[in-house]
Design a protein around this ligand. Structure first.
Ligand code: NAD
Length: 511
């Protein structure tokens, strides 16, 4: 039996008020979700805005305590969270177990650094003449941040940005994916049981609810497909609401002739199959130098043959989220096979129940095939032989996406040099996906993979703030030298002096 996903009729007055969510691996009931009427979203937003004022006034130290309690609550309720997570996604237990630790890690970093990150900054004068002013930049939270999330990581997608926004002093209206709405309900309960005030709320539904969230928020943090990201940005533009878009990818891996082939093969297999390939930064295509191609392919096939597919305990990766995701994977594989590729493992949907697709290694692939150009988001690993690194770089960059990439070479300096020729937001050397854990650095896509970035140390909180500059006098002298109540002669002299001082440095540089 194939599990079906809910369809949400989320226009106001829709007849469908709730839906049963089923496990895509087994069809078993995971739970029931009550959809939010889009017409209710402005009232939810008003409530959040009201509560946000007190939340902001608590200051970073006060907010850090609540965030720390929430992290500990998640640690203590990990089993319950992961059980539900598996029930609504069909993940393997080992994949599900990565989400709570990631959020705990992010929270741990923010509670340590938020006071400093949100402190006003004093800026130096650009010219000595201007040092009569004291310039400070203040980070003031946007009252209401709307977070619109996809389904592939129900805990991480819900909270990896929300924690930064809450730390900054914002309130958060979270719209989980309509395909995985249940885990967010438990997380909200956890926030409340941790003593969190009414600055976190859910809006459950699909497009119409998302649009209602965009229409009320002061900032939109969107994670999802590139096609939807474009629509979100268009909608947000109506009110000039800023957006941060974390979108799709087609991440390449480059394997040089001097790579540790066993390491590269294992990394490729995990990077492609982790979470059944449903990871924005999964390895979607591999370019291998001719001299090590056969060795690499052999190692990959061997590693894939050892994988166990199935939901829950004892399996490496689980089911796909629904029938449509299986259909995309099937379409990409069929297209490749029809154009001359070979499937060394998998290659067709297994008989039996659930939305499973086997780990599929494809060779003899090229850029005429969908599996090398469009985001598959399934457990496929297309491998292409290349004559040299320059060609690997050219092919890696031949994509509308630019999320992340990986390079394998025993010569790390060489790999870094290759990394800096790749047009994307992050490159992992001799590893895959790890940049996601390096939350002191920004994670963001180039090209159609997004705008803005998440994390990035202090920026992970400051992005949810408006910057306000306050210019104060250091002395009573110096103000009003060009005001109309002074003489025109004095104004002229001041302007002349200013120009002379501003030009001193450029003139010196040219001497
Ligand atoms: P999606 O774009 O279909 O949906 C994402 C969210 O947008 C959902 O909550 C959905 O209800 C909402 N939505 C749908 N139509 C909308 C509209 N017209 N206006 C406003 N909101 C709308 O994406 P998905 O299938 O849920 O997720 C998979 C995609 O997410 C993949 O492309 C994947 O690469 C990407 N992703 C990116 C990252 C990243 O950090 N870059 C992380 C995870 C997933």
């Amino acid at each position: 039996m194939t599990a079906t996903r809910p369809t949400v009729e989320d226009r106001p007055g829709a007849p469908e008020l709730s839906t049963t969510i089923r496990n895509p691996a087994t069809g078993a009931v995971a739970g029931e979700v009550a959809w939010t009427d889009p017409g209710e979203v402005p009232a939810i937003a008003a409530r959040l805005r009201e509560a946000q004022r007190e939340w902001e006034q608590r200051g970073p130290e006060g907010r850090a305590k609540v965030l720390a309690r929430f992290a500990v609550w998640m640690g203590e309720h990990r089993e319950e969270i992961e059980r539900l997570l598996i029930a609504e996604t069909g993940k393997s237990a080992v994949d599900a177990a990565q989400e709570v630790p990631l959020i705990a890690m992010i929270t741990s970093y923010y509670v340590k650094t938020m006071a400093k990150a949100l402190q006003p900054e004093t800026r130096p004068a650009s010219l000595p003449f201007l040092s009569m002013k004291k310039v400070t930049v203040h980070f003031r939270p946007r009252a209401l941040v709307g977070i619109i999330a996809p389904w592939n990581y129900p805990v991480a997608n819900a909270l990896m940005d929300a924690i930064g926004a809450l730390a900054a002093g914002c309130s958060v209206l979270l719209k989980p994916s309509e395909r995985t709405p249940l885990t967010a309900e438990v997380l909200l309960r956890g926030w409340r049981e941790s003593g969190g005030p009414d600055v976190l709320a859910l809006a459950q539904g699909a497009r119409a609810v998302s649009e209602a969230v965009i229409d009320v928020a002061d900032f939109i943090q969107f994670t999802g497909s590139s096609a939807t990201g474009v629509k979100v940005m268009e909608r947000a533009a109506r009110r000039l609401t800023p957006v941060s878009l974390e979108l799709g990818g087609k991440d390449p891996m480059i394997v040089c002739e001097d790579a540790d082939i066993a390491l590269a093969a294992n990394a490729a297999v995990w990077g492609a199959m982790f979470n059944a390939g449903q990871t924005c930064v999964s390895v979607e295509r591999v370019y291998v130098l001719e001299s090590v191609y056969d060795q690499f392919v052999e190692a990959v096939v061997q590693a894939v043959n050892n994988l166990e597919m199935g939901a829950g305990e004892g399996h490496h990766f689980g089911s796909l989220i629904d029938e449509s995701q299986v259909a995309v994977t099937e379409r990409h594989v069929a297209d490749a096979l029809a154009k001359g590729a070979k499937a060394l493992t998998g290659g067709s949907r297994p008989a039996g129940s659930g939305n499973f697709y086997p780990a599929t290694v494809l060779v003899d692939v090229d850029h005429s095939m969908l599996c090398m150009t469009e985001e598959t988001f399934g457990p496929t690993l297309p491998i292409m032989k290349v004559p040299n690194v320059a060609e690997a770089v050219r092919l890696a960059n031949d994509s509308p996406y630019g999320l992340s990439a990986s390079v394998f070479s025993r010569d790390v300096d060489r790999a870094r040099d290759i990394a800096l020729q790749l047009d994307c937001g992050a490159v992992n050397i001799n590893d895959v996906i790890t940049n996601l854990m390096c939350t002191t650095a920004p994670m963001g896509g180039w090209k159609m993979s997004g705008i803005g970035a998440r994390f990035g140390g202090a920026d992970g909180m400051r992005k949810f703030c408006r910057q306000e500059t306050v210019v104060a006098p250091r002395t009573s002298v110096g103000g009003g030298l060009t005001y109309y109540n002074g003489s025109l002669k004095m104004a002229k002299r001041t302007n002349k002096l200013l120009a002379k001082m501003a030009l001193a440095r450029p003139r010196k540089l040219l001497k």
